[in-house]
Design a protein around this ligand. Structure first.
Ligand code: BT5
Length: 276
């Protein structure tokens, strides 16, 4: 395991100064360890915390993925962050927020490596291995969004030893790629500023404004995939991302399909699905 002393600490003071007056991150809550930053942010949002409030923890004991899955969150290495958003939109317009955040994460990671791509709906991959995941959770009232919690986990300085055996071939950290420790404070600062920029675009122009960037960063376009939405499994060639954030597929019969949520496996056509 990496010696903790070789890793630069996350400086919440620097981050706080950098985000003074900003929409996202001007209020920061920092914890040494929490169960899940999304759970803490949800509690704060329920108690009335303002839009842009950010929760960051140095470790999570119950980091969460989608559908009850877990997010491996070792201490002092990575970024575990949740952002409270309060967009004045109907609940049905909120799902693309996960992609908006994914774009901001992918763009930030690309400052360190151009090999990062977005994997619909919520992952960022480097060389087909997962470096980041986004977990978006929404509360709505009468069909309108009350708040959205955007949770972002990024493997910044993890080493292979930090991952359980079953993730060693599928997970990667930025440090693995760069070959040296990465400054988490600089990363978080850049991510919050990109997130604010993309979120502003989303509020003012809708997801259609961000969709071209999303398609450009997407590692799935032109790939044969299987998508499991919990109820059905679809297979086809990815043709793009729709205006509502759905993944667009063309199946073997030439039929166009749009899938709003799901897990994607890339199919190596001769061998079947190769990753989830
Ligand atoms: C995600 O879920 O990828 C969303 C992860 C969001 C984590 C952040 S951390 C801050 C905030 N607070 C939280 O509690 N959560 C958010 P999903 O697509 O369901 O992927 C989960 C799957 O990714 C797991 O089942 C593993 O296979 C894999 N995985 C778990 N930890 C990983 C890690 N650190 N790096 C790469 N892959 C991981």
């Amino acid at each position: 395991m990496t010696s903790d002393t070789s890793l630069p600490p996350l400086s919440i003071e620097t981050l706080h100064d950098a985000r003074a007056g900003a929409r996202i991150g001007c209020t920061l809550h920092y914890f040494d360890s929490v169960d899940s930053t999304n759970t803490v942010a949800h509690r704060l949002a329920t108690d009335g915390a303002a839009e842009g409030t950010v929760v960051i923890a140095d470790s999570q004991t119950k980091g969460r993925g989608r559908l009850g899955r877990s997010w491996v969150s070792p201490p002092r290495r990575n970024l575990y962050m949740s952002v409270i958003l309060r967009p004045a939109i109907v609940a049905g317009a909120a799902p693309p927020l996960s992609l908006v955040a994914g774009v901001a994460v992918a763009e930030t990671i690309r400052d360190w490596t151009p090999r990062a791509v977005l994997k619909w709906p919520n992952d960022v991959l480097i060389d087909r291995r997962k470096v980041s995941g986004v977990l978006t959770e929404m509360e709505a009232d009468d069909g309108w969004v009350r708040f959205v919690i955007v949770g972002i986990g990024v493997n910044i300085n993890s080493t292979a030893d930090d991952f359980p055996a079953e993730l060693r071939d599928t997970a990667v950290s930025l440090r693995d790629i760069v070959g040296a420790p990465v400054d988490r404070t600089a990363f978080a600062e850049s991510l919050l500023s990109r997130l604010e920029q993309r979120y502003d675009q989303f509020l003012h122009g809708g997801f259609v404004i961000i969709r071209p960037v999303c398609e450009r960063l997407s590692g799935l376009t032109g790939q044969h995939v299987q998508v499991d939405d919990g109820a059905h499994r679809y297979a086809g060639l990815v043709t793009g991302i729709a205006a509502n954030g759905s993944l667009c597929l063309r199946d073997a019969t030439g039929r166009d399909i749009e899938v709003l949520v799901g897990d994607v496996s890339i199919i190596n056509t001769s061998e079947g699905p190769t990753e989830r």
